[in-house]
Design a protein around this ligand. Structure first.
Ligand code: MG
Ligand code: MG
Length: 280
């Protein structure tokens, strides 16, 4: 889960390969989410994702990762991460996390989104689940904003935690057992990217650094267990959870969100950051 060692710094050409993987991943997640409806199984979602990345010429990085059997992780409700796609049929009101990745020219992308199957306004979802997902998503963007100017990666976790703790209403749990990570020639690389303040500055931010920033929040406690399938992580107290993730790079001219369709512009500009395409 936790990594140690040197931080890989990518050339701009390598970052552009990661960006190509990120664009394919973004479209694959769009298509998978469009298919996520009550009555659909998580195995069917896996098929939608697998078909698209294969068609687009990308290789899977989740499949066979330490023996993982899917192209994506599908985690429902109290399942936080690493759920295996299978026969489970989605129900109205479910909180589904889809986490996927792919490889182009040996360079990896990794991204996750939370989907709520219904809406509180229509009475088919719990408003507290919508709040959970929205705060997790916004916290991810606050972490990405911090990465844009951070001197050390510890600032990312501080920004995520500050944002979550400043929200009115019932406090949410910030998972500590699972964290973000460096990404590049492998999916999971140093450094760890904590979603909370550790009191340590962490690795120095340098051009060529790429990180997967992925807060995971719960409506309850932060303790987790792993199910008998040896993969699926659930909250010990059964509380529902959300995960949002983007792969993001810093290059010599700025920041670029590799797994967003516009480099993150539509989300970052209102927060005062303008992403810059990776120099050609
Ligand atoms: Mg992921
Ligand atoms: Mg990740």
């Amino acid at each position: 889960m936790f990594t140690r060692g040197r931080v890989e710094l990518k050339t701009e050409q390598q970052l552009r390969s990661m960006d190509a993987a990120g664009s394919i991943l973004c479209e694959a997640l769009d298509r998978t989410i469009a298919a996520a409806k009550p009555g659909v199984s998580t195995a069917q979602l896996n098929d939608v994702f697998a078909e698209y990345i294969t068609l687009a010429g990308a290789k899977p990085n989740f499949l066979n990762y330490h023996g993982f059997p899917g192209y994506i992780c599908t985690s429902v409700n109290e399942e936080v991460v690493h759920g295996i796609p299978g026969e489970r049929v989605l129900q109205p009101g479910d909180v589904l996390k889809i986490d996927g990745g792919c490889i182009i020219e040996g360079w990896h992308a990794d991204s996750a989104r939370t989907v709520i199957l219904g809406s509180a306004a229509e009475g088919t979802a719990d408003p507290e689940d919508e709040r959970l997902s929205e705060i997790t998503r916004a916290a991810m963007w606050r972490g990405i904003v911090a990465f844009a100017t951070a001197k050390h990666i510890g600032e990312i976790g501080e920004a995520i935690e500050d944002y979550v703790r400043s929200q009115p209403g019932k406090p949410l749990g910030i998972l500590e057992d699972y964290v973000g990570h460096g990404i590049g020639s492998a999916m999971h690389m140093p450094p760890d990217v904590f979603n909370y303040s550790t009191g340590m500055r962490g690795a120095k931010v340098k051009p060529g650094m790429a990180l997967a920033i992925e807060p995971m929040l719960t409506r309850g406690g932060i303790d987790t267990d792993v199910l008998d399938d040896d993969w699926t992580v659930v909250t010990t107290d059964g509380s529902r959870s959300s995960q949002w993730e983007h792969s993001v790079c810093r290059h010599r001219e700025g920041i670029w969100v590799l797994t967003a369709p516009d480099g993150g512009a539509s989300e970052l500009e209102p927060l005062g950051v303008t992403p810059v395409p990776i120099p050609a």
